[in-house]
Design a protein around this ligand. Structure first.
Ligand code: 4AD
Ligand code: MG
Length: 455
């Protein structure tokens, strides 16, 4: 007979004479005649209660079962008289698969996030992280579902690249040369030139948008930023749509539609897991999720945002500088306190944005867009792309990138160039937004940050 997962059993409409469940024991208590176990198999947040009669053949073995032990139970699914649960299993047979000794680290009901980071290999066995990683899985599926339904093609952009998309120089090198070489001769390296892990699939995605129309990538990206913040990791996932015949407004419409879809999907399809976060992690979360689903997101220019910040009278740790980058405290002020909802910030000064963004008619700003959200700040970064060959060539020169290296990128502007736009949404930041988790290390299975690659 096949094992049934607990989430399926709990949906049952009637008692079942014979079922087999397998999982890990969360808690156990013994009375004279019975043993009561809460069993979880990871299929859902809820446990199922197992009642084992002391008359069972191997009852002495059952006595040895501890928190964290793995068991297989054969028995009857019957209506539970207990509060808060519809079904329980009266065991006919309990097989001990393995015992977790007393030093199993997850004995308590609640542990701090800091502690759980030190046992990242075990934390998915807690309620909170089990829920989180189920939501992570569902959201990845929802992204594909959304794009598939809109006719976008899924593109696998390379992980190893020869170009720095963002031009920020925050890349991890890929090499087969002796790592102790101070001045490596890249012509002798594996690819015959310098190679790095990708910071974004955008440049490749643009080539395919100009062929297939609408495409998206969804995969790992890497940044050697030496910033130990609660919003940065060295390895993260990014969703990057790229759309031909699309301008900045179309780009924002699309981003808003995507985010509303994903939050709605989470609320509708992960309701039990989301409830854990609304009940125990962030009391304001339900309100925020409602806002994300129901409100129109604001749209405002960089210049107006800077004016707003300067006039706000708010004491920031970092000064607001006209023409400079906004800090996350500035972004959060706009989203959390001023607009109290997400906002698109557009038309940044060209000096603080990447070379590929379309130059506006003022010659000073570019058609960039960031989506800023409460509690996080930047969730999305994107732009309309520079489709004019001459302007693009000039920009490359200005920022000191070689036209020879980007020959293929420039080619796309020579042959059938069209207006196009896209953006990147950090998948981990999306999960933080949806769950109320405040440290990005807690939404990644095994986070990579400066000085930390333990697991
Ligand atoms: O704003 P970014 O740097 O944009 C790009 O890379 C564009 N090439 C994307 C595009 O237009 N196709 O990064 C996009 C998003 C950010 O808004 C943020 O959510 C996330 O990626 N992100 C990070 N998330 C976690 N850790 C990091 N170190 C991140 N860096 C960026
Ligand atoms: Mg950005």
């Amino acid at each position: 007979m096949e094992r049934v997962k607990i989430n399926r059993l709990l949906e049952s409409q009637k008692p079942i004479d014979k079922v087999i469940v397998k999982g890990w024991v969360r808690t156990k208590r013994d009375s004279k005649e019975f043993s009561f176990m809460e069993l979880n198999d990871g299929s859902c947040l809820k446990n199922i209660q197992i009642i084992a009669d002391s008359q069972l053949e191997n009852y002495s073995q059952i006595g040895a079962i501890t928190t964290g032990s793995a068991v297989a139970v054969e028995g009857r699914l019957v209506e539970s008289p207990g509060k808060g649960q519809k079904w329980e299993i009266h065991a006919d047979k309990v097989d001990v698969i393995s015992i977790a000794p007393e030093d199993y680290p997850l004995q308590k009901k609640r542990h701090s996030d800091e502690f759980l980071r030190t046992v990242a290999h075990l934390r998915p066995r807690t309620n909170k992280y089990g829920a989180l990683f189920r939501i992570r899985s569902e959201m990845a599926y929802a992204i594909h579902k959304f794009y598939h339904s809109k006719g976008f093609r899924y593109l696998h952009t390379p992980i190893i690249t020869g170009s720095d998309c963002e031009g920020a120089g925050e890349m991890f090198r890929v090499t087969t040369l002796n790592p102790t070489l101070e001045n490596p001769n890249f012509s002798k390296d594996f690819f015959g030139c310098e190679a790095n892990l990708t910071v974004s699939g955008q440049l490749s995605a643009e080539m395919f948008a100009l062929a297939l129309g609408d495409v998206y990538t969804f995969g790992p990206t890497f940044r050697a930023e030496n910033s130990n913040t609660s919003r940065h990791v060295a390895e993260f996932w990014m969703v990057e749509p790229e759309m031909a015949f699309c301008d900045l407004n179309g780009n924002m419409d699309h981003a808003q539609e995507l985010l509303k879809y994903l939050v709605t999907y989470a609320v509708e399809n992960c309701s039990d897991d989301i409830a854990l976060f609304t009940d125990f992690v962030d009391k304001e979360l339900s309100k925020l999720l409602d806002t994300l689903i129901n409100e129109e997101y604001a749209r405002i220019s960089y210049n107006d945002a800077v004016e707003l910040l300067l006039k706000s009278g708010k004491k920031f740790e970092y000064k607001v500088v006209k023409g400079g980058d906004l800090q996350s405290e500035h972004e959060r002020f706009l989203a959390e306190e001023y607009f109290k909802k997400p906002l698109f910030l557009i038309n940044y000064p060209k000096e603080i944005k990447a070379f590929y963004m379309r130059l506006n008619d003022d010659g000073k700003s570019v058609a960039a867009v960031d989506l800023l959200v409460p509690r996080i700040g930047e969730l999305i970064g994107g732009s309309q792309r520079e489709e004019r060959l001459d302007v693009l060539q000039k920009r490359l020169e200005e920022v000191g990138l070689s036209k020879e290296q980007y020959w293929w990128y420039l080619d796309s502007r020579r042959f059938g160039s069209v207006p196009h736009a896209g953006f990147g949404m950090g998948f981990e930041r999306l999960l933080m937004l949806i769950t109320g988790i405040t440290n990005i290390r807690d939404v990644v299975p095994f986070p990579r940050t400066p000085g930390n690659i333990d697991f």
